[in-house]
Design a protein around this ligand. Structure first.
Ligand SMILES: [Zn+2]
Length: 522
């Protein structure tokens, strides 16, 4: 019965995050009434979600549907006070299904936002975005924050449509929204999911990753609603935040896999070769500003180490693996995945030169990696391609400021204090100019801008300077061509050339490979 209760609409309940959000909400003393839309094509519900549905049937209304269908969004949002929008098609599924990714990640989000507005704009919209929108990071730009450029990695349909969706949330006229950019999530399905797909090899060894656990992500959403109801979220809404687990969750790609395999008795070097994994075009960053969200929502209860301890207690295969030689596991489990179309070794064998270029920088660069760990510069061991670095100092947030990206304006001023000249300067840093002749000091007011290719567009100061967005016509990946953008746009160049060269300016990566019948809405 929902009478007298706060109603929370929830999407993505069958996913790694949404299930934990449901579980956490049900533990709240607030006694919420929860409405869930369960994706109609999801064949099997996770058993713990099924149990929650059964146990709390008086507090949960659920129905099968699809957020890409507008009527289903209207139905979900009827009587709702909050929307926790966790649904998204994520890798590896998104890598294989561009059309479904577009429908789920963009159309679904747009429908939900439109339905909130049509229903009177009274629902508080919590949008879960993603760290993948920041694109690839590597040394020296291992630290990131809100306002950094959003650059979808080549071929990454997931981030391409998530950034399109977030921009819509920012600009469509929602009265009360927040966009939370979710970092890499340590969750209970990660081994099972990754062991089925070449995605296993998409974690580059030296990428910075700030993890958060599935449980803490659930607590975060519960705390958000509880604190808002108590009036404790002053100054929180209508903004973007980065979700991250903080200092004890900051590692590299190598350290992540190494910790996982340590549970099996050996480190990553015993199971993998250096050239199995990509070297660029991934995503992940250490958040300079993830404490901001935790200060509002106090959600951190686990860290990188405690997650792996939880996993090793729960899953017996970690113990079992200790008695099987790593070389045998490597052969039976990992080399088997080389046949998957998402695996770099598949691209190498089958001449997928576009992928090899995007993820390694070219076949010659792939071949130079080799199989010897002693010859491979691991950042977590203090090695860079050109020399050495003090890794502990690199991870220390007190020394991070000097490594932050430039946003192209005087950040000592609040957005409300910026002048037309300041904004034009920020536009120049993005290769364009401000067309509007006045600014009312409202960062959500839409101004007129022009990009270097002559496109004109309306966007708010918040979207440009805090969202990290620029021209919707040429800077959204349709197709991916960040080489040509970085050439004239210093805002992108400062990070793009960490892993690319100037001679890549004409490289273009198709957006809908393998989906001939799918044409994007222009
Ligand atoms: Zn443009």
């Amino acid at each position: 019965m929902k009478e007298g209760k706060n109603v929370i609409a929830l999407t993505g309940v069958t996913g790694a995050m949404g299930g934990e959000v449901l579980s956490s909400l049900l533990q709240s003393p607030e006694d919420f009434y929860i409405k869930c839309i369960v994706y109609e094509e999801e064949k099997k519900l996770p058993s713990f979600v099924k149990k929650l549905f059964k146990k709390h049937s008086d507090r949960i209304y659920r129905f099968r549907g699809n957020i890409a269908r507008y009527e289903d969004c209207i139905k979900l949002l009827e009587d709702a006070d909050y929307l926790l929008h966790c649904a998204a098609l994520i890798p590896p599924k998104s890598d294989h299904n561009p059309k479904s990714t577009y429908l789920s990640n963009y159309v679904g989000t747009k429908n939900l936002a439109d339905a909130v507005i049509e229903g009177g704009n009274t629902v508080s919209f919590v949008h879960i975005a993603t760290v993948a929108m920041y694109g690839n990071r590597s040394y020296p730009h291992v630290w990131g924050r809100v306002g950094d450029p959003v650059i979808s990695s080549d071929y990454d349909f997931y981030s391409a449509y998530k950034l399109k969706a977030e921009r819509y949330v920012l600009e469509c006229g929602l009265k009360k929204f927040v966009s939370l950019r979710q970092t890499a999530v340590l969750h209970k399905y990660m081994f099972a999911n990754n062991l089925k797909d070449g995605l296993m090899f998409h974690t580059s060894w030296n990428c910075p990753l700030e993890w958060v656990t599935d449980v803490d992500s659930g607590i975060m959403c519960k705390n958000l609603v509880e604190k808002d109801l108590k009036g404790e979220l002053c100054g929180f809404w209508n903004a973007i935040y980065n979700i991250g687990g903080g200092s004890a969750c900051r590692v590299t790609g190598f350290e992540t896999l190494d910790a996982g395999f340590a549970m099996m008795g050996s480190g990553a070097k015993k199971f993998f070769k250096p050239n199995w994994n990509i070297t660029r075009n991934f995503h992940g960053v250490w958040f300079y500003d993830s404490d901001v969200l935790d200060n509002f929502l106090n959600y951190r209860s686990e860290d990188f180490k405690t997650f792996w301890q939880r996993m090793s207690k729960k899953y017996s295969y970690f113990k079992l693996a200790k008695i099987v030689p790593p070389s045998l596991i490597s052969k039976l489990v990992f080399k088997r995945l080389f046949k998957n179309t998402n695996a770099p070794m598949y691209w190498v064998k089958h001449g997928k030169e576009g992928r090899i270029k995007a993820f390694f920088g070219g076949r010659d660069k792939f071949e130079a990696i080799g199989t010897d760990w002693n010859a491979f510069p691991l950042l977590c061991e203090g090695k860079t391609p050109d020399g050495t670095v003090d890794y502990q100092k690199l991870k220390d947030i007190n020394f991070a400021r000097e490594r932050l990206l430039n946003h192209g304006y005087d950040e000592s001023k609040k957005l409300e204090e910026l002048t037309v000249a300041d904004l034009d300067g920020a536009a120049k840093f993005r290769g364009g100019k401000l067309l509007s002749s006045s600014y009312s000091s409202d960062p959500y007011e839409k101004l007129d801008w022009q990009c270097r290719e002559g496109h004109t567009f309306k966007s708010s100061v918040y979207t440009v300077l805090k969202g990290g967005y620029w021209c919707p016509h040429c800077c959204e990946p349709k197709p991916w061509r960040y080489g040509s953008l970085a050439k004239d746009i210093p805002f992108y160049a400062q990070v793009y050339y960490d892993t690319h060269t100037k001679d890549e300016e004409n490289d273009v990566y198709p957006l809908f490979e393998g989906e001939d019948d799918f044409i994007i809405e222009q």
